[in-house]
Design a protein around this ligand. Structure first.
Ligand SMILES: [Zn+2]
Length: 71
């Protein structure tokens, strides 16, 4: 996946590195120079520099209700 992967608030992303709790699914809750993501399983919030985050993302799945407006 390219490093400048597109991210949107509310996206569920799968990271290559699972969290300590065993889940590798995260919800994007804040965008910026750092990405803030919440673990879908245990609710822990982490901040990861955007460039690093891009490399960690294995799959991105837009939130079900997401609009297609900025595609
Ligand atoms: Zn977790």
């Amino acid at each position: 996946m390219r490093p400048d992967v597109e991210l949107h608030l509310g996206d569920i992303v799968q990271l290559k590195k699972p969290h300590a709790c065993g889940s590798n699914q995260w919800e994007v809750i804040r965008l910026g120079a750092d990405i803030r993501a919440r673990c879908c399983q245990c609710g822990r919030v982490v901040m990861i520099p955007r460039r690093r985050f891009g490399r960690l993302v294995r799959a991105r799945q837009p939130r079900a209700q997401a609009s297609e407006e900025d595609r």
